[in-house]
Design a protein around this ligand. Structure first.
Ligand code: DX5
Ligand code: ZN
Length: 215
C-alpha cells in the first residue's frame, strides 16, 4: 500500500489550516512539513509554531522534514508541535545516531533523510534507530523541481538495504504522474507530493494516480 504525504510547502500559506483539511478530505495519509533554515538549504520556510497551529485544526499525522543544521537542538520543539515522524538529514549532524536516538526517546518516530549525492552507507549502522528512510529525489530547498533520474536506482538499492525491516521508504521531490510508477516499482512506499497535489484540479484523483489506482 502506497501512502501519500502531502507537502504543505506547496500550499497557500495564508490558508494553511484549510489547505491541510483539503488534503485530508482528498485522502492523504500524512501532512509533510518542510522546515528550512536558510543555511543547510538556500530557503526559509516555517517553524514549529506554524506546524503546531496546523496540527490543531487537522488530525492527519505529521511527517516533519527538518532541513536544518544541528537538528538535535530542535528535536524537542518539533515533537512538542505534534510530529509523528521527525526526519533529520545525515548531512546536518556529525552525531547522527545520537540525534535519531533522541527523537525516539522524545516519543516520535525517527526518520533519516539523504540528499541525492549522499551514499546509502549513512544508513547501514543506524538501521535500528530509524522508522523511516527519506531518499531525496531532488536537492532539498524548493518545491516544483524535476526528479533526478539517478535517485530511482538509489531508491531500489535503499529498498534492498532495508529488506523486510519495518522501516518506511519515502521519496521526496518531483513526484508526479510520470515518476510515481518508477518510484513505486523501485520500492518506495511513502510518496511526498507538493505541486502534483496542490496544483491539481482534483487532489483525490491526483492521489489515486500517484498510488497507481484507477481513478
Ligand atoms: C523540497 C521539499 C519537498 C517539496 C516537494 O526540499 O523537501 O517536500 O515540497 O515538492 P514537489 O512535490 O513540488 O517536488
Ligand atoms: Zn520534504
Amino acid at each position: 500500500m502506497t501512502a501519500i504525504s502531502a507537502s504543505m510547502l506547496a500550499s497557500d500559506f495564508a490558508r494553511m489550516g484549510e489547505e491541510a483539511r483539503r488534503m485530508q478530505a482528498a485522502g492523504a495519509d500524512f501532512l509533510h512539513m518542510d522546515v528550512m533554515d536558510g543555511r543547510f538549504v538556500p530557503n526559509i520556510s516555517f517553524g514549529a509554531d506554524v506546524i503546531a497551529a496546523v496540527h490543531k485544526v487537522c488530525s492527519l499525522p505529521l511527517d516533519v522534514h527538518l532541513m536544518v543544521e544541528d537538528p538535535d537542538r530542535y528535536a524537542e520543539v518539533f515533537v512538542r508541535a505534534g510530529a509523528t515522524f521527525l526526519t533529520v538529514h545525515a548531512e546536518c549532524t556529525p552525531h547522527l545516531q545520537r540525534a535519531l536516538r533522541h527523537i525516539r526517546d522524545l516519543g516520535a518516530r525517527p526518520g533519516l533523510a539523504l540528499c541525492p549525492a549522499t551514499p546509502l552507507d549513512a544508513v547501514r549502522y543506524v538501521l535500528d534507530d530509524i522508522d523511516l528512510l527519506l531518499v531525496m529525489t531532488v536537492n532539498p530547498g524548493f518545491g516544483g523541481q524535476k526528479l533526478i533520474p539517478a535517485t530511482v536506482e538509489k531508491t531500489r538499492e535503499a529498498a534492498a538495504l532495508l529488506g523486510d525491516r519495518p522501516i518506511r521508504l519515502e521519496v521526496d521531490g518531483g513526484v508526479a504522474a510520470q515518476t510515481a510508477p518508477l518510484l513505486r516499482a523501485a520500492g518506495a512506499n511513502v510518496l511526498v507530493a507538493g505541486s502534483a497535489l496542490f496544483r491539481a484540479a482534483d487532489a483525490a484523483a491526483a492521489m489515486a494516480v500517484l498510488r497507481g489506482e484507477n481513478a
